[in-house]
Ligand binder design. Structure first.
Ligand SMILES: Nc1ncnc2c1ncn2[C@@H]1O[C@H](COP(=O)(O)OP(=O)(O)O)[C@@H](O)[C@H]1O
Ligand SMILES: N[C@@H](CC(=O)OP(=O)(O)O)C(=O)O
Length: 456
């Protein structure tokens, strides 16, 4: 049995959904089909999830959002028309949206999740009805009815382990199940979404839940490439990579696969295959537990922006018992998570995602660090990027860091931070965000310049 997830670009239009139906029809093992909300049809387009966010925010702000609602309905109308489905399904979708808008606006976060999730939920209903029209024995299944229970963290749900006790029963179903991605339900029955891009997570949970032989992740590129194709022209394709490599690279900006989506598949040993809806005969990228790495110790280079660093200096910091704990406690009290913490003898930096760090929070943290830790200096700097060089073969290959730093010297990029501590598969370089693309290009040239079409 296979679980196949089709991302936003694969279900963005009637034309794309026809390709999806053909892919499903050609392999009887494809029994569980996870779908996203309609994504971008072209580079200037807006994803339905983003339209829904505008709709929800306008509603919260003004108490009405008819224009925004009509824009969403129009997207489904175009798709339904292109699939020859008629008005009824569009009327159902519109009624569903209006009902969601009646939800308690005082529960703003849950309201936003309910609105956002309608993108996948209504698309799944629409796609199931198209599958039936073309003769596939398919049915829509709601995550609550399937028992996909998650934690009650709006916009950031985590699957609860008991969900797997329910999901295994889906194995017994004869028909093809069309399952909306991106959300589950809390034990109290509240709809909660995963973080953005989270339909990949739903697919992985279902693949683990039904103990699938394969989790196929259909997108709009032939494979995972060694670098973002928006930065590098025609980058080499990755044929095989490990869960760890994919997790590190997706964390650092390979948006093709959500970094949190690896774990359920990994824990259950289910291979993942990234494939192209527009070119399904291409073999794609296999993500597996182990691989040989005789060709190149490095498999990919990624960069992600939006990091801030809190720099703290205090003479004899190294001898002050509990300094690190107290510093992190200040962050914890503000509900902040951190990503890295490179340290010297008398100074340390805490690197975190800057979207969490509002001006208000920054002010409070700096004041607390000064007061409670009596430091010599503390300041916050923003707009850093983390560049990651990843590969299973790196830890027993000499000279990776020196090749990386030489490449950055050639690109005239200042390295703010290097971290090759605990992870055996990656080297992280902190740089200014404005240098990110230049850095990726130079590193790509260093590690893949002149390489064959594929790496594994
Ligand atoms: N290293 C990479 N390999 C492949 N695609 C990448 C990589 N880094 C970024 N991407 C981008 O990820 C996109 C696919 O992800 P996404 O837009 O989320 O697709 P979907 O709509 O299928 O969920 C590709 O079009 C590509 O631009
Ligand atoms: N539609 C949601 C979830 C998702 O996974 O979408 P996509 O498959 O288009 O990345 C989002 O945009 O976040």
């Amino acid at each position: 049995m296979k679980v196949a997830k089709f991302g936003g670009t694969s279900v963005a239009s009637a034309e794309q959904i026809k390709k999806v139906a053909a892919i499903v029809a050609e392999d009887k093992e494809r029994k569980i089909i996870v779908v996203s909300a309609p994504g971008k049809r072209h580079s200037d387009d807006t994803k339905v999830t983003d339209l829904l966010i505008q709709l929800g925010e306008t509603m919260l702000e003004k108490g009405e959002a008819e224009i925004e609602l009509q824009e969403v309905v129009k997207r489904y109308e175009d798709i339904a028309e292109g699939l020859g489905l008629g008005r009824e399904i569009v009327a159902t979708i519109e009624a569903d949206l209006r009902k969601r808008l009646e939800f308690d606006l005082n529960r703003g976060d849950s309201f936003m999740d309910l609105i956002k999730a309608s993108g996948e939920d209504n698309n799944a209903k629409l796609i199931a009805s198209y599958f039936q029209k073309v003769g596939l024995n398919a049915t829509y299944l709601n995550p609550q009815d399937a028992g996909l229970f998650v934690s009650d963290e709006p916009g950031n749900a985590q699957v609860l382990s008991e969900a797997y006790d329910h999901l295994i029963h889906l194995r017994q179903r004869d028909e093809i199940i069309v399952f909306p991605g991106f959300f589950g339900y809390s034990k109290e029955g509240t709809l909660v979404t995963f973080s953005r891009g989270g339909s990949d997570i739903t697919g992985s949970i279902l693949a683990a839940g039904v103990k699938a032989d394969l989790y196929e992740n259909f997108t709009d590129v032939d494979s995972v490439f060694a670098a973002n194709p928006k930065i590098i022209d025609n980058p080499v394709k990755i044929k095989r990579m490990t869960y760890r490599e994919m997790r590190e690279l997706s964390y650092a900006g390979f948006s093709v696969f959500h970094d949190e989506a690896l774990f359920p598949a990994f824990r259950n040993g289910i291979p993942v295959c990234v494939k192209n809806t527009n070119n399904p005969s291409s073999s794609g990228t296999m993500i597996i537990a182990e691989r040989e790495y005789f060709l190149n110790p490095v498999i990919g280079i990624a960069a992600d922006e939006g990091f801030a660093t809190i720099y703290v200096r205090k003479y004899l910091m190294n001898r002050e018992v509990g300094f690190g704990r107290r510093l992190l406690q200040i962050l914890e009290d503000e509900g902040l998570s951190y990503e890295h913490m490179p340290s010297g003898i008398d100074d340390t930096s805490v690197i975190l995602r800057q979207e969490q760090l509002t001006d208000e929070i920054e002010e409070r943290i700096v004041a607390k660090i000064n007061e409670e830790l009596c430091v010599d200096d503390v300041y916050v700097e923003r707009d850093f990027a983390m560049v990651m060089i990843v590969g299973e073969g790196m830890h027993n290959t000499i000279g990776i860091s020196s090749r990386a730093t030489a490449a950055l010297t050639r690109a005239n990029v200042n390295i703010e931070m290097i971290n090759q501590g605990s992870s055996e598969v990656s080297l992280i370089l902190g740089i200014h965000a404005s240098d990110a693309d230049r850095t990726v290009r130079e590193l790509y040239q260093e590690f893949f310049g002149g390489a064959d079409e594929t790496v594994q």
